[in-house]
Design a protein around this ligand. Structure first.
Ligand code: NAD
Length: 482
């Protein structure tokens, strides 16, 4: 653990961005730096009238940006972000407690999202079908084209990637000429405002993006049920995701929910590589990724060696002051979350699991923690632990591994460590998940490629720039005599 290197700056008073207009409110939400608990900023609590005004402006505006103009705005925003890398990374660290290594990485990812969205804006994915294909065919052609939604998109995002979760919704919305009202997490709202300002500066018509913050109990239902909303895109936990599924009736819903992703290590695996992947997949972003490794399923023949290497790598990790650029892991989002990890880890130890290292807490700082001989039915393995905890579960054979892996409510992603093709093909067929990464962490993907889960992790509609652009558009079919 290292000691604090800097004190937070003065309290920053943030405003809503209603179609670019800065709106302040007396009622505010405090944003704290999780490492010290100090208040670093306030954001307004939007009123219902603020929310309705944001939708009214968005609905009344009809975007006319050409593909080239959208491309230019997204590319320009990427350039501005790159030029402000350090400052944005600091803001992410201050509001989330994520270490600078993580927040710098996150800003880099945002540039990738913008690059892909900009390039996809140039691509017309319309299709053409000749109609003289059968004996009763004729000389005609059927065409498809994608159009922006008639109504407005509601976007609601979680705390864990204050920039990346937001940009994965905003960039595809701009690329498809849509209008969006965004509500970032009230725990980490600051970076979303920076992003909005950058986009306005890059030339985005402000009516195409509003950012509001507030008490979800006051404003969330309006965002889900407003008649001008055509689509709700949500990333967050299962409970709220299912609430949205029930509330936002007859609106398109993209729900990216929790995960409980395994790394599965077979007896033939390169154990050094598997332990390296396991540690990075479990602790990156303080373990707060939907695709973090939350269970380690290890063949009993190699489990002792795997645990030994995992403990070594876990102990070698430097955690502490998030602003210290040499630190590998900062805090989790708040003290309440850290106390919850401590509780489920202690429950597992009381139930017979063996604590190999960690389980030390100071405020919101929770050490990387390894538990061996965990029973798959223990809370630490059955439920999503959104923090740096590595529960190792030993199994006998591949059927056992697949049964345990599929034995939770979640189905987001997975990692598989083996070189045997028979194992690989069986895992790809039989794991009930959205992604299978062989010899990679479950979180591996391009910002472009389809990503998303099934079961309680989501409805199977994917995100990633390409899929988001599809779901944010209506496909219109037309036919011409030809
Ligand atoms: P959360 O579900 O607590 O909050 C997410 C958002 O929902 C916040 O903006 C919050 O203000 C808002 N919200 C609260 N009440 C609401 C309501 N009644 N109606 C609508 N919105 C409401 O999630 P969190 O704690 O911020 O994030 C952690 C969770 O997100 C984890 O479960 C994680 O796995 C999940 N997550 C999933 C993905 C994915 O792509 N599948 C990615 C990242 C995080």
């Amino acid at each position: 653990m290292s000691q604090p290197m800097m004190k937070p700056a003065d309290i920053h008073i943030e405003a809503l961005r209603i179609a670019g207009e800065r709106v302040y409110r007396d009622e505010v939400i405090e944003v704290t730096y999780p490492y010290t608990g100090e208040v670093i900023a306030t954001v307004p609590k939007a009123t219902l009238e603020d929310v309705r005004r944001a939708y009214r402006i968005a609905r009344d505006y009809k975007p006319t940006l050409t593909r080239y103009e959208r491309y230019k705005i997204l590319m320009r925003a990427g350039e501005i972000i790159a030029s402000r890398l350090d400052e944005i990374s600091r803001t992410i660290t201050m509001e989330s407690g994520l270490c600078r290594k993580d927040s710098l990485y996150e800003v880099g990812r945002a540039s990738d999202v913008l690059l892909f969205a900009a390039n996809q804006a140039l691509v017309d994915d319309g299709q053409v079908f000749s109609c003289d294909l059968t004996h009763h065919g004729k000389s005609r052609k059927v065409y498809t084209m994608r159009e922006p939604l008639l109504g407005v998109i509601t976007a609601i995002t979680p705390f864990n990637h204050p920039l990346n979760q937001v940009i994965h919704k905003v960039a595809p919305s701009i690329a498809t000429n849509n209008r969006m009202v965004l509500k970032p997490s009230e725990k980490t709202p600051l970076t979303a405002f920076i992003l909005a300002d950058i986009l306005y500066e890059a030339g985005l018509p402000p009516q195409m993006l509003s950012v509001i913050t507030g008490d979800p109990r006051v404003i969330a239902d309006e965002m889900l049920t407003h008649p001008d909303v055509d689509l709700v895109t949500f990333t967050g936990g299962v409970a709220i995701g299912k609430y949205i599924a029930g509330k936002a009736t007859y609106k398109r819903q993209i729900l990216e929910l929790g995960g409980n992703d395994p790394i599965i290590v077979m007896e033939d695996a390169d154990i050094e590589e598997a332990a390296t992947l396991a540690a990075s997949g479990s602790y990156k972003n303080s373990g707060q990724r939907c695709t973090a490794i939350k269970r380690m399923l290890v063949h009993e023949a190699v489990a002792d060696r795997f645990v030994e290497l995992l403990v070594q790598k876990t102990r070698a990790l430097k955690y502490g002051d998030p602003m210290d650029k040499s630190v590998d892991m900062g805090t989790v989002i708040d003290e309440a979350a850290a106390i919850q990890f401590e509780r489920v880890v202690n429950e597992a130890i009381a139930g017979g699991a063996k604590l190999m290292c960690g389980n030390v807490r100071r405020g919101a700082l929770y050490s990387p923690t390894v538990l061996d001989r965990v029973d798959p039915e223990m809370t630490v393995a059955k439920q999503e632990t959104f923090g740096p905890v590595s529960p190792v579960i030993r199994f006998k054979d591949i059927d056992d591994a697949i049964r345990i892996s599929n034995g939770t409510a979640y189905g987001l992603s997975s990692a598989v460590c083996t070189n045997r093709l028979d194992y690989i093909t069986k895992f790809i067929r039989e794991l009930n998940v959205g992604s299978v990464n062989v010899r990679e962490v479950p979180g591996y993907r391009l910002e472009l490629t389809p990503f998303g889960g099934i079961k309680d992790s989501g409805l199977g509609y994917k995100e990633g720039v390409l899929e988001a652009m599809k779901s944010f558009t209506n496909s219109k079919t037309y036919s011409l005599p030809w």
